[in-house]
Design a protein around this ligand. Structure first.
Ligand code: FAD
Ligand code: UDP
Length: 378
């Protein structure tokens, strides 16, 4: 074995695939019973509808290198993601666009009129100087729209005062003064034609790659554990960085999600793939309805059944799956300390969403793994 990869998510599999293609022998371990990390999906057995086990995953990128790379393993459908949100029992289009603004104010503003109104309502805040999510949100869309669509949704999702959250979280959502309600701005977008798991399995399908599932890096009873491998051969670690160092600099805060899945005896529950719930009195943040991700599979889907999943968000304990870095000022100080420790860890490279404590979309995880391979490992 030339390389050990801890974690079989997109970051770990990209490293493994590149190493295998260049003739190296790689072992990939994952503590979960399946490959693919959070992008894993499987068919719901009674309906055959593909369910994204860890929440809806939409692939999108503007990076030509990443787009070329991912197309080696899968083709993509022409799915375009659109999200709606329910506020006080009325459905509005997202991201905030001219349609949302006009529906909210029961008006017919032109783009310039809407811009002027938002500028006036944003009052005290300027997007350039916004120090946190609340200031940025108000600067971008004005206080009334912020309070209707962002404030309570964000509080449900992060359980953190928006004043303590970084402004970048909200910068991911475009604000448009047209009726364009595409959720993403990227050049390429789509869903893997044969599903995520087929794509992930193709990445691992190489005689030089051995995948061992149900194998925890910190479990001394298995042969690829930390003390047996670090210093003996190169290791790429994509688990949580604070766990690697036994929380020596304190635990970084993460958010986890609980999913409640239901098979319903209706052909169509909500008419779209993702409906957000903006208000504080609804305990979940959104409902996914998976058949809408693949309209091209309509002839394979039952016409009288559908699969929905309600998503609930809360702080992660050490026993939970860490999904999103919360990134409060304390976390950012802790991360600086962990980065120093990571630099001193000979023969171990830290990558991926958990290993770098960073929000990474799939294309970013793949892009940064390709860079790590080209610049540090190859
Ligand atoms: P992961 O996929 O988390 O993989 C890390 C792996 O390491 C896991 O399989 C884990 O079991 C394993 N591991 C951890 N500790 C150990 C250990 N001690 N021993 C062995 N194995 C270990 N991206 C998009 O582009 N579009 C989306 O719409 C999107 N939606 C998302 C929705 C949710 C709810 C979440 C959580 C993420 C979403 N993402 C989305 C991001 C996407 O999941 C990540 O970019 C991608 O999974 C990153 O891959 P990764 O390899 O860094 O991490
Ligand atoms: N957001 C919001 N209301 C919405 C959708 C998003 O306030 O209806 C905010 C929220 O703070 C969220 C951020 O915008 O964390 C980014 O949204 P995105 O849909 O990218 O979140 P994700 O899919 O990563 O959970």
């Amino acid at each position: 074995m030339d390389l050990l990869v801890v974690g079989s998510g997109f970051f770990g599999l990209t490293i493994a695939e590149r190493a295998a293609a260049s003739g190296r022998k790689v072992t990939v371990i994952d503590r979960r019973p399946h490959i693919g990390g959070n992008a894993y999906s499987e068919d719901e057995p009674t309906t055959g509808i593909e369910v994204h086990r860890y929440g809806a995953h939409l692939f999108h990128t503007s990076n030509p290198g990443v787009w070329e790379y991912v197309n080696r393993f899968t083709t993509f459908t022409d799915y375009v993601h659109r999200v709606y949100t329910n506020h006080k029992g009325v459905v509005f289009p997202l991201p905030i666009n001219l349609g949302t603004i006009n529906q909210f104010f029961q008006a017919a503003y032109s783009p310039d009129e809407a811009r002027a109104l938002v500028h006036e309502l944003a009052g005290e805040f300027d997007a350039k100087d916004a120090a946190n999510l609340e200031e940025k949100g108000i600067a971008l869309i004005g206080r009334p729209l912020y309070e209707a669509f962002i404030r309570d949704y964000t509080a449900k999702q992060w359980q953190t005062d928006p004043k303590d959250l970084p402004a970048e979280i909200i910068s991911r959502l475009p604000v448009r003064y047209t009726y364009d309600n595409r959720y993403f701005n990227d050049t390429w977008e789509g869903l893997p034609t044969d599903g995520y798991t087929a794509w992930l399995e193709r990445m691992a399908d190489h005689p030089n790659i051995e995948v061992r599932l149900g194998t925890d890096f910190f479990d001394d009873s298995q042969p690829f554990h930390k003390t047996a491998t670090v210093g003996q051969l190169p290791v790429v670690y994509t688990g949580p960085v604070d766990r690697y160092f036994d929380y020596a600099e304190g635990a970084l805060s993460w958010r986890t999600l609980d999913f409640e899945q239901e098979v319903l005896d209706v052909g169509d529950f909500q008419g779209t793939s993702v409906m957000n719930y903006a208000d504080a009195d609804v305990p979940y943040t959104r409902i996914h309805e998976f058949k809408h991700f693949h309209p091209e599979r309509a002839d394979r889907h039952p016409s009288d059944k559908t699969v929905i999943m309600r998503e609930f968000s809360r702080f992660a304990t050490r026993e939970d799956e860490p999904y999103y870095p919360v990134n409060t000022p304390d976390d950012r100080a802790g991360l600086v300390a962990y980065r120093e420790l990571a630099k001193g860890e000979q023969g171990v490279l830290f990558g991926g969403r958990l290993g770098t404590y960073q929000y990474l979309d799939m294309h970013m995880a793949i892009g940064s793994a390709l860079s790590m391979w080209n610049n540090q490992l190859a």
